[in-house]
Design a protein around this ligand. Structure first.
Ligand code: UFG
Length: 327
């Protein structure tokens, strides 16, 4: 299969490219390197530096390479930033996604996978969160993904382009060669590991007065390789004639912020000083996915559900690459 991966120089995209190539796929990566890293792109992938806002470029890319399927990772992805800069998300994420979707339809692409988010479920009535849960986007970021999900629904109905929306919970972990390198970093596990590397003095825990057993937020940390494998399974199913689907994708287990910090102390042997700070606006107390549907439909289940293994793999990558990627 020939797959176009947008955002293939980013964290989840680059690791999915690595797994796609291992699985024998031909891969074309489109990335503007705004957040991604050239060094993260697998050497066997064809790399095109460019922006989804450039419609002519997207159409040419599609005509030149004629992919069977598209995996669309390229996006602004921060919940907090989207509350401060809503138009970046409500305009750029949506119009860039739409440029890609429209060119894909014109080109007759058969399978489209959208990176969607747990931020669709800001007020879950049931934990773990199933696909039947009411959608309440928690931010302009979540809303931008929801709107792209809706566009895809119409492409399926009107043009026969099949799609899968994968709503990720908290992606984390690394492979030997690729890991998480954001600037600025805002995610819990890499921040905690930066303390262990001596690059930060301490970690601030955002609130310990939530309605959870230890008072800190509970999240569903899913290994990035498990996410990547879900993409490959989902794409194969679409290209084999499967129907359009939406799946919540997590570990099915929740860990609190304090548990993450404790586990990182055990893995790294570093004391990792932590202080309690105020709540971060917009953080729900508990988010845990039910991934029963994708397990039932595609046989997917996490290979790395254990938090300690996830943190060990991330730690190995951060130790080998303390400054992240060179370029
Ligand atoms: N946290 C801290 N201190 C920090 C950083 C984070 O206590 O310095 C806490 C947060 O409050 C939260 C947990 O650690 O409770 C995880 O926070 P992250 O920032 O690592 O991840 P989020 O849960 O906020 O966001 C992630 C993705 C989003 C996605 C969301 C869906 O980054 O793209 O999960 O749940 F939308």
């Amino acid at each position: 299969m020939k797959i176009l991966v947008t955002g293939g120089a980013g964290y989840i995209g680059s690791i999915t490219v690595e797994r796609l190539i291992k699985a024998g796929a031909e891969v074309v990566v489109l990335d503007n390197l705004f957040q991604g890293h050239r060094d993260a792109v697998h050497p066997d992938a064809t790399f095109v530096q460019g922006d989804l806002a450039d419609r002519a470029l997207v159409e040419k890319l599609m005509a030149d390479h004629k992919p069977d399927g598209i995996m669309h990772f390229a996006s602004y992805t921060l919940v907090g930033e989207s509350m401060e800069r809503p138009f970046l998300y409500l305009r750029d994420n949506i119009t860039n996604g739409l440029n890609l979707i429209e060119s894909a339809v014109k080109q007759g692409v058969r399978g489209f996978i959208l990176s969607s988010t747990a931020n669709l479920f800001d007020e879950p009535e049931q934990i773990p969160i199933a696909e039947t849960e009411r959608i309440v986007p928690g931010s302009p970021y979540g809303e931008s993904k929801f709107i792209l999900e809706r566009y895809l629904y119409w492409m399926d109905r009107l043009y026969d382009m099949r799609y899968t929306c994968l709503r990720y919970f908290n992606a984390c972990g690394a492979t030997e060669e690729r890991g998480e390198d954001h600037d600025p970093e805002t995610h819990l596990i890499p921040l905690v590991l930066q303390v262990a590397l001596g690059q930060r003095e301490k970690i601030t825990i955002f609130g310990d007065d939530y309605d959870t057993p230890d008072g800190t937020c509970i999240r569903d940390y899913i290994h990035v390789v498990d996410l990547a494998e879900a993409h490959i399974l989902a794409m194969r199913a679409l290209l084999d004639g499967g129907h359009s689907r939406k799946y919540n994708l997590g570990n099915g287990r929740g860990f609190s912020v304090k548990e993450v910090v404790e586990t990182a102390r055990a893995v790294t042997g570093h004391p990792i000083p932590a202080e309690i700070g105020p709540r971060r606006p917009g953080d729900p107390a508990t988010l845990i996915a039910s991934s029963e549907t994708i397990n039932h439909d595609l046989g997917w289940r996490p290979i790395y559900p254990d938090l300690r293994t996830i943190i060990e793999m991330a730690w190995n990558w951060h130790q080998a690459n303390p400054q992240g990627y060179e370029k």
